[in-house]
Design a protein around this ligand. Structure first.
Ligand code: SF4
Length: 229
């Protein structure tokens, strides 16, 4: 667990495999009322992916499309994320992808639901689930996409734009890499091609790190990497 002052949802699960526990957490999160965001959203959008993934991506919160689909990163930002992962040689199906906050926060403009950034209290309330996911997946590397994800997990001394793209000294259990949220690539007006290139570069750094970590793990265990945890 990352924050000693935050109890993890995984602490209350005793029986079952990692997959079963993650499924159980996901079902529990469907009924979460730890903050007010459940009131207006369609549904909880829990993380998904490989349960023993080396790479663990954290975004901000589900968007309009994710809220309807019930899955993370399936909207426009998800599309560009998928393309950039592919360019960086990362198979999304081998990663775990989630958000700092599991319900869509928005305000209405006419009939349109406009994204609103979750506040610190909402992010903190949702750490219960994020810590649970991390405790069960136990990745080699956490990649925080954007400032909300970074603030949800990293000490305040780290800043996305200053510290992005390097493996940060962080925690005894996990390494951390900060980069921008893929939605930034949709919003940026100048240098879109350059910003996209920088994002892919950050993803390649992440891929290289977990590749090296897997090699190290194989050397230590004398296996093909299974049982690294
Ligand atoms: S945003 Fe997180 S903490 Fe708030 S109600 Fe939804 S699942 Fe619970």
């Amino acid at each position: 667990m990352l924050d000693t002052e935050t109890i993890s949802a995984a602490d209350q699960l005793h029986d079952g495999t990692r997959e079963e526990k993650l499924r159980k957490l996901s079902r529990q999160a469907e009924h979460c009322t730890r903050c007010d965001l459940y009131e207006n959203a369609t549904q909880t959008v829990f993380g998904e992916g490989m349960t023993d993934a080396s790479l663990f991506f954290i975004g901000e919160q589900p968007g309009d499309k994710e809220d309807i689909a019930g899955a993370p990163f399936v909207g426009p930002a998800g599309n560009i994320f998928n393309k950039c992962l592919e360019e960086a040689g990362i198979d999304r199906s081998e990663c775990y992808v989630t958000n700092a906050v599991k319900h869509f926060k928005f305000r209405l403009r006419g009939k349109r639901r406009m994204h609103q950034r979750p506040n610190a209290g909402e992010v903190q309330a949702c750490r219960w689930w994020l810590n649970g996911e991390l405790d069960l997946v136990r990745p080699h590397l956490i990649v925080a996409l954007g400032a909300t994800a970074a603030n949800s997990i990293a000490p305040r001394k780290f800043k996305v734009m200053r510290d992005r793209g390097t493996i940060l000294p962080f925690d005894e259990e996990y390494a951390l890499l900060l980069t921008v949220h893929p939605s930034y690539l949709l919003r940026v007006r100048d240098d879109m091609a350059l910003q996209r290139e920088l994002f892919v570069r950050d993803l390649r750094t992440a891929a290289q790190f977990v590749h090296e970590a897997a090699k190290e793990s194989r050397r230590n265990t004398g296996t093909n990497g299974a049982g690294r945890r």
